[in-house]
Design a protein. Structure first.
Length: 159
C-alpha cells in the first residue's frame, strides 16, 4: 500500500506551515519533499501490521482505530531530502539546525527535538502540528499517537 503524498489532504493550517518549512530549507539550498502525509485508516492498519502480521520491523504503535496517528488527522508528515540522489543529512549539523529553526518558527514539532525516546522514527524527519497542551497532563490525548508531551514542552500558539 503506497504512501499518500497529496498535500491537499492535509489540514490546511498544517499544510501551510509545512510548505513554509520546505521553502525555508530550499532558500538555503536544501531540497526537502514530503514522503508521506495523510494516512487513511487502511494505510495506518497496513503499517501497524508490519512486524506483527507481516514481516519487517514494527514502524508504528498506532493501529488506526483504537490508537490513531496524527497522520490520520492530516497533522503530520514525513520528509526526506534530495541532492543528486535521495539522502539523509546524517551528521550535517547545518541541515538539522535549519530544520529545527524553521519548524519552530512555523509552530511545528519535529522528531529531532522530542525529549522522549521514539524508536520508530529512526530518521528524525517526522514533523507535526503542535497541539495545545496542558503541562499538568502527563500523556497525549488517546486519539493522538505522537507520543507523550513532557512538562516544559508547551505548545507555541499558532501564528
Amino acid at each position: 500500500m503506497k504512501a499518500d503524498r497529496d498535500l491537499t489532504k492535509l489540514d490546511q493550517t498544517f499544510r501551510r506551515k509545512l510548505e513554509a518549512v520546505v521553502r525555508d530549507l530550499a532558500g538555503h539550498g536544501i531540497k526537502a519533499f514530503v514522503t508521506e502525509g495523510f494516512r487513511s485508516v487502511e494505510r495506518q492498519q497496513w503499517l501497524w501490521a508490519q512486524g506483527r502480521a507481516r514481516k519487517g520491523p514494527i514502524v508504528t504503535k498506532c493501529d488506526g482505530i483504537q490508537r490513531k496517528s496524527v497522520h490520520q488527522g492530516g497533522h503530520a508528515a514525513d520528509i526526506a531530502f534530495r541532492g543528486a540522489k535521495l539522502y539523509q543529512p546524517g551528521n550535517n549539523p547545518l541541515v538539522w539546525e535549519l530544520l529545527d529553526l524553521s519548524a519552530k518558527a512555523h509552530g511545528l514539532s519535529w522528531k529531532g527535538t522530542w525529549n522522549f525516546k521514539d524508536h520508530l522514527h529512526k530518521d528524525h524527519l517526522h514533523l507535526e502540528l503542535r497541539v495545545r497542551w496542558d503541562p499538568a497532563q502527563e500523556r497525549t490525548p488517546k486519539w493522538l499517537c505522537g507520543g507523550p508531551r513532557l512538562p516544559g514542552r508547551q505548545a507555541v500558539p499558532a501564528r
